[in-house]
Design a protein around this ligand. Sequence first.
Ligand code: FAD
Length: 432
Amino acid sequence: MDTALVWFRNNLRVQDNSSLSNAIASGKRVIGLYSFDPRQFQIGDFGFKKTEKYRAQFLIETVQNLKKNLNNLNITLIVTHEHPEITIPELIDQHNISEIYSQKEWASEENEVTLAVEKKLSNVKHHTYYDQFLFHPEDIPFDTFGDIPQVFTQFRKKCEKEGSVQPLQEKIEALPSKNLLDEESDMPNLQELGLDTFIKDQRSAFPWKGGEDEAWNRLNDYFWNTKKLQYYKKTRNGLVGEDYSSKLSAWLANGSISARQIYWEVKKFENEIISNQDTYWLIFELIWRDYFKYVSLKHGNDLFKIGGILNKEYDWKRNDKAEREWINGNTTYDFVNANMIELKETGWMSNRGRQNVASFWAKEQQQDWRVGAAYFESMLIDYDVHSNWANWMYNAGVGNDPRDRKFNIKRQQEMYDGNGKFVRLWTQNELF
Ligand code: FAD
């Protein structure tokens, strides 16, 4: 049977997924593939595993949920622990695949995988979609990626005025059951990925599981059940607990939910409940997310270079002792320590925390900022290549912040943890 393959990458959802919708629209039998690419679990250039246990666990849960949801649509998801450029040609032969559908990924490592796969394709068409944006590249008021402004505010204002957010893809309905294949998947567990198992820390500000269903549970809780979205701007700099911010980043990063889906839910909330500065601010933050993706499209590999997109020279240091102290929360600042312990024990850190520990590492200690970015890449549940590396550049003074700021960490601690609750939680294990 003529077959279309949906190669799932960071678009791990069934609804509002252009690759899946287009594969179904082709009228062919549809099968899916997710590869746990061994390269994603190896040690990277700065000595950290590229994916540590927290995100790996979240990813396993995500793929399990994707498999279940696809199965409900009578679509088989094949899961392998193998390089896609090895698996895909085998599947093409076995299943008579004539078209492949995937999300367009452009960061260098992802692009190398795409090229390795495409090198093996003959007579198979590969369709790719920019599906990770709020404002699709066709709908932004800039002719080329080279025209993306160096300053966020200019980008945001122009997009808000002249850009548009696409409507959601039509809801996917189940295909005839003859689509299902009779096969066993090779879903790896943490040990098979070379990682330690762990028990969730009960202090975690991110207690959820991976997957499209869980993303919607969280959205429904934050928006509709508790209606906390209406206070978002006032609480978003918080440090303790589940609800100071939306916590949607991890599902967004691997595409369990799309930025468009969140946007249209905010609009619905604004129509049905309340429209205020707080509801707007969630969209404002989603535009930051888009902005860093466009910065990455504009500047390519400069994101990973020590001079960043500004090609700026500083006297960067590399000191193992400083690195250990920072990672283990043994610096002279309680506030940095509490945040770093939280990251080490849970894979999560608030936005306020991230800014402070990055500023401490890069601006106060003047340590090579890429070491910090690589450590975050390893540890964060919500790691996203563009958001992580561009935010690090920004905080290290080699990115899109013309002011080249350094945080006053004592002052930040007073402002955001005046009563010491956050520091005590992580440095003295004091539950509230
Ligand atoms: P909310 O405050 O609820 O915001 C809603 C959404 O807007 C977020 O889910 C996220 O998608 C987006 N967003 C918010 N702030 C930013 C921002 N500064 N940059 C880009 N998008 C933003 N975010 C990641 O998703 N992955 C990363 O790897 C990542 N690394 C970071 C590294 C550093 C050094 C810093 C300072 C920030 C980093 N961020 C990263 C951005 C931000 O800290 C997280 O997106 C945010 O803390 C996630 O929590 P939330 O979903 O509750 O955010």
